[in-house]
Design a protein around this ligand. Structure first.
Ligand SMILES: [Zn+2]
Length: 198
């Protein structure tokens, strides 16, 4: 092997090393926010669908005249003599106070239940969230109605398990998987979302 050839192979090796370093830098910089334990770079580059716009719209406090400062976090409290946990927020108000739609959507179900009394289930337009309003005194909308955020949809009462007690709105937020129906879903704490309400 001549000196010139040895020099040539050395140059090729050097170029390969430089190229390798360059490529590893590129892979890091195209994914600046990727966590350390993330899958390979190719998976991170997959296009993720934009989150639905309703997720970014702040909720309205669902009782007329109630401010964020007046809310208290009643998530996780014991109910039914310890039989169940409270996965909702209770918003105290005088009987007959308008209940307002926390978000726009469609009334999926009007339902009478032993615990909830008169209740409404309203699903957001993207189908991913269900809002449940319970212990209502009266209804302002029927099944299938389209409602706008802030629209009066019912009145505060003490029906169901609240009978004989202080009138209040029992409000739940359910995260819905595709295909889940009005009696399904996974409850999330409304309090932090309502404190950030408009
Ligand atoms: Zn409640």
């Amino acid at each position: 092997m001549t000196t010139a050839k040895r020099f040539g192979w050395g140059l090729v090796a050097l170029l390969l090393i430089v190229a390798g370093v360059f490529l590893s830098l590129v892979r890091v910089t195209i994914n600046p926010s990727a966590p350390a334990n993330s899958p390979p770079a190719a998976a991170n580059l997959a296009i993720t669908p934009a989150p639905p716009t309703t997720d970014r719209v702040p909720l309205a406090i669902p009782v007329s005249g109630v401010s964020a400062a007046q809310l208290s976090d009643t998530w996780g409290q014991s109910r039914g003599g310890g039989a169940r946990e409270h996965h909702a927020i209770d918003i105290m108000a005088a009987k007959g106070t308008p209940v307002l739609a926390a978000a726009s959507g469609r009334v999926e179900k009007v339902f009478e239940s032993a615990n909830g009394g008169h209740t409404l289930y309203v699903r957001t337009a993207d189908g991913r969230t269900l809002h449940y309003y319970a212990h209502l005194d009266g209804y302002g909308v029927g099944e299938g109605a389209e409602v706008r955020q802030g629209q009066p949809i019912a009145t505060v009462g003490n029906t169901g398990s609240a009978a004989g007690g202080a009138p209040h709105l029992h409000f739940e937020i359910k995260a819905m998987q595709p295909g889940e129906r009005w009696w399904q879903g996974t409850n999330v704490n409304p309090y932090p979302l309502l404190v950030a309400a408009r």
